[in-house]
Design a binder for this molecule. Structure first.
Ligand code: SAM
Length: 282
């Protein structure tokens, strides 16, 4: 008997992966947590039935959420990760020896515990001495913290359930308030392709560009996300991700990446006309 995982991506579109084994199922106060084993994508994590991370394509997402900002500002020392329960974003950050402090604020401890057990490929660096884990709501954390960060990475779920408040003006303003003078915010910016996702992309971008002097969007290919066309927002108080980047400095770090590279860093900000128009018209 065949077993398939199916994600309802829109009312009209489903995405399925053939499954060898349903390794884990559980429920926290926030969401259902499941882990599957598959031939094509290896092990993968879902939350409330929605695809979060797979062993096969996680490198794409975690390269692109981390290295664009880290190459733009070579002096980043203090980083805040909101969400990121699978640990992949923290893993990429720990590759920079000049980073002194990584605070990860993940609302759901179960996601971290399950990732540690089933997804060591992403959760491997959560015990790095520079990493502090806070199991609380990122919305409250950015409103209350007295800490100042050079980089904030919002590695959240979609704007539903606990993730909804991570797409609000208040949240983005609080991120601005706790960023240093050269501060950068990278946020999960959904996708331009299906209406329900492009609606969130436009809303997030509109809010952010009203707060940050520099606000751009960059794209990458994410096979297991709806349409495969996925975006991050790049917002900054001062540094432009293309004009101010020094690739000689980044190359000198000798960080080997499977997806990110300096040419892609520049290219990923070149968006399809229909996407640029959506963002400009907001
Ligand atoms: N890469 C995935 C994606 O793009 O959908 C997301 C990675 S990670 C699994 C997303 C995490 O955000 C989840 O572990 C979830 O518990 C966490 N999260 C959602 N809302 C949150 C909130 N308000 N504060 C902190 N973490 C939150």
């Amino acid at each position: 008997m065949e077993l398939w995982y199916t994600e309802q991506q829109t009312d009209e579109v489903r995405f399925s992966i053939k499954v060898k084994q349903h390794l884990y199922t559980g429920k926290s106060e926030f969401q259902d947590v499941d882990v599957f084993e598959s031939e094509e994508f290896g092990k993968f994590l879902t939350l409330d039935g929605l695809m979060m991370v797979t062993e096969k394509d996680e490198f794409i997402y975690h390269d692109m959420i981390t290295h664009v900002a880290m190459a733009t500002n070579p002096s980043i020392k203090k980083v805040l990760v909101i969400g990121g329960g699978d640990g992949g974003t923290v893993r990429e950050l720990t590759r920079y020896s000049h980073i002194e402090k990584i605070d990860m604020v993940e609302i759901d401890k179960l996601v971290v515990d399950v990732s540690r057990e089933y997804l060591p490929i992403t959760a491997s660096k959560l015990d790095d001495p520079r990493v502090s884990l806070y199991f609380e709501d990122g919305i409250r954390f950015v409103a209350d913290t007295k800490e100042v960060y050079d980089l904030i990475l919002v590695d959240s779920t979609d704007p539903i359930g606990p993730g909804e408040g991570l797409f609000t003006t208040e949240f983005y303003q609080n991120c601005f308030n706790i960023l240093s003078d050269n501060g950068i915010l990278v946020n999960q910016s959904e996708s331009p392709y299906y209406d329900q996702f492009s609606h969130e992309m436009k809303r997030a971008h509109k809010k952010i560009k009203n707060i940050f002097p520099i606000s751009k969007v960059y794209q990458f290919h994410m096979p297991t996300y709806p349409s495969g066309h996925w975006l991050f927002g790049f917002a900054s108080k001062k540094l432009d991700p293309i004009k101010d980047v020094d690739f000689d400095k980044w190359n000198a770090l000798g960080i080997k990446t499977k997806y990110y590279n300096p040419q892609l860093h520049v290219g990923c900000f070149a968006l399809p006309s229909y996407v640029q128009e959506m963002l400009d018209n907001e």
